[in-house]
Ligand binder design. Structure first.
Ligand SMILES: NC(=O)c1ccc[n+]([C@@H]2O[C@H](COP(=O)([O-])OP(=O)(O)OC[C@H]3O[C@@H](n4cnc5c(N)ncnc54)[C@H](O)[C@@H]3O)[C@@H](O)[C@H]2O)c1
Length: 323
């Protein structure tokens, strides 16, 4: 690497987006266009946010898509847009209704994708919901629902798809975890627990698959990203929605998060941190100097709770584009 290249890695725009391995992969690594064209990719939670954008970018690359979520009409909308922006044809995109919490349906859903395409090259476990409520205020049913959806729903689908990948001895299981799978933060105790559970699960599963070097387990850890995640959060009661999601424009654009996700998939990165600062820096601290991270998070966390209680987005104080 020449000295003139250093600003690419350490310049202000780069450090705000992903860990050094992700940025290196984007700069020097394999291109999603080369690695994913013609591959069968199944994306869960494809009806909005990160999953919807994954469908768009993958369709432009020429990947064959199975797109899943609970609302079929929204999936049809996403499919139609994919067909408009790509050279894919009708049969290249399978709309498959799927409720991650309905675990008894996951085997049949997997068989439907296999029947349509004959194989699954990549599963992207993206569907999930976050949380905005303090533990002291929150009903335990909410914790059960978060674990059922984010953790058990994800590993249930993985189990069926992995059986197929083991038969083929190849495939990629990608899970959209979160920086909250690495650190802890207030207002999200259940969400953090579910993402930590996913990290622990997939890091352990990888060690059980050493006889299958062509099966990759890839954990994606985004920081705050523009999507519908806040309007869909769990609150203190299962029946209660959040009053206002607040402005989300200070967060990382969905397009950028998804591009770096696909770079991570193309390069088989085991774990990718994709975030603006300060959350990216907190990930490094949490990993290498946890005592400092705990000290810092206590201070940031207080502001997060204040923001939430005043009706603005919890993370609004830390963005470069303060609102
Ligand atoms: N946006 C962020 O700031 C952020 C940060 C880190 C991680 N993530 C993760 O990214 C993933 C996608 O979230 P997003 O930000 O795009 O939010 P989003 O709310 O826009 O999208 C979530 C998707 O999951 C689907 N989903 C929810 N419950 C489901 C169920 N029971 N069965 C099937 N699908 C279901 C929704 O229909 C939707 O398609 C989630 O796993 C989330 O935890 C998001």
């Amino acid at each position: 690497m020449a000295c003139r290249d250093l600003p690419v890695l350490f310049g202000p725009s780069a450090v705000h987006q992903g860990d050094l391995t992700v940025l290196w992969a984007e700069w020097r690594g394999k291109k999603p266009e080369d690695e994913l064209r013609g591959k069968v990719v199944w994306v869960t939670g494809a009806s909005s946010g990160i999953g919807e954008e994954l469908a768009y970018q993958l369709s432009k690359i020429g990947a064959l898509l199975a797109i899943s979520a609970r609302r079929e009409d929204e999936l049809e909308r996403v499919k139609n847009k994919c067909l408009q922006i790509s050279s894919l044809s009708e049969k290249d995109i399978l709309v498959l209704r799927l409720d991650l919490t309905d675990r008894s349906s996951h085997e049949a859903a997997t068989n439907s994708v296999l029947k349509h395409f004959g194989k699954i090259d990549v599963l992207i476990n993206n569907g999930g919901r976050s949380q905005r409520s303090l533990f002291v205020d929150t009903n335990l049913d909410v914790y059960s629902a978060i674990i059922e959806l984010n953790y058990l729903g994800t590993i249930s689908l993985t189990k069926h798809v992995l059986n197929h990948m083991i038969q083929r001895k190849k495939g990629k299981i990608v899970t959209v975890s979160s920086v909250m799978g690495i650190m802890g933060a207030p207002l999200a105790t259940g969400y953090c627990a579910s993402k930590h559970a996913l990290q622990g699960f997939f890091n352990s599963l990888r060690t059980e698959l050493t006889d299958y070097p062509e099966i990759s387990i890839i954990n994606i850890c985004p920081g705050p990203v523009q999507s519908n995640i806040i309007q869909n959060v769990f609150t203190e009661n299962l029946s209660k929605s959040i009053e206002s999601a607040g402005d989300q424009s200070h967060k990382m654009p969905t397009t950028r998060c998804v591009r770096l996700t696909l770079v991570s998939v193309a390069n088989d990165l085991k774990e990718a941190w994709i975030s603006d600062n300060p959350y990216l820096a907190v990930c490094y601290l949490w990993q290498y100097a946890p005592t400092w991270a705990w000290w810092l998070m206590n201070r940031m966390g207080k502001k997060r709770i204040e923001n939430f209680k005043s009706g603005v987005d919890a993370d609004v104080s830390y963005s470069r584009k303060k609102k």
